[in-house]
Design a protein around this ligand. Structure first.
Ligand SMILES: [Zn+2]
Length: 205
């Protein structure tokens, strides 16, 4: 495969990028000066070296030294360990943090469940979640908040997690709540404004 085709194939792997856009990206790199490509290569290399997946909440975080296993949120002693918010994507955590309405801990599923998914553990971090919950129980967990997108996949994920967590929540007496329907249908957490999220969080049930 020639380098132009190879790069096009790689760009096609990106979410939402079709073959024509992928090709345009490849041509764009050819047209830009070499410095741009070098910077891109360096950034991609650094991404692997300097960003790590948090062993507790599974969000990506920037390392300040190489021995860190957990992100700044999970390491922060001032965060409330009684509430755990489950979200689909890293972007959802970033957005929640920017708004600053929530002071508990997070868990990032890394995706959501398509309606007819037969193997949920391939789409979301189910094993990791079920491993995390008992640890959180030891730290005084009293509520799990499902903060998932209001689209069919998000709703399906919500139903699935409620069912999965139900035996644990009964045994260990923690609540599983979902965001209030102040969010209108089709709304994604990442794009919700502060006021909407504030109401959704307040009206959770
Ligand atoms: Zn973390």
């Amino acid at each position: 495969m020639n380098p132009l085709d190879k790069l096009t194939e790689l760009f096609k792997e990106f979410p939402g990028i079709g073959p024509r856009q992928a090709r345009r990206f490849a041509y764009f790199l050819l047209a830009r000066n070499g410095g741009f490509s070098e910077e891109l290569i360096e950034s991609i290399k650094k991404l692997r070296k300097e960003i790590r997946l948090c062993s507790s909440c599974f969000r990506y975080f920037s390392l300040s030294n190489t021995t860190e296993e957990r992100c700044s949120i999970c390491r922060n002693p001032n965060r409330e360990t009684a509430s755990l918010m489950i979200v689909s994507h890293d972007n959802d955590v970033d957005h929640m943090e920017k708004i600053g309405l929530f002071n508990g801990l997070y868990f990032v599923l890394g995706g959501s469940l398509p309606i007819l998914e037969k193997e949920p553990e391939k789409k979301i971090r189910l094993k990791e979640l079920l491993h995390t919950i008992p640890e959180k129980i030891k730290q005084g967990l009293s509520e799990v908040i499902l903060a998932l997108d209001l689209n069919p996949e998000g709703e399906h994920t919500e139903i699935f997690l409620k069912k999965t967590l139900s035996p644990l929540s009964e045994t260990h007496k923690f609540k599983v709540s979902t965001l209030g329907r102040g969010l209108s249908t089709g709304t994604e957490i990442e794009y919700s404004d502060a006021e909407t999220l504030k109401n959704a969080l307040k009206n959770r049930s």
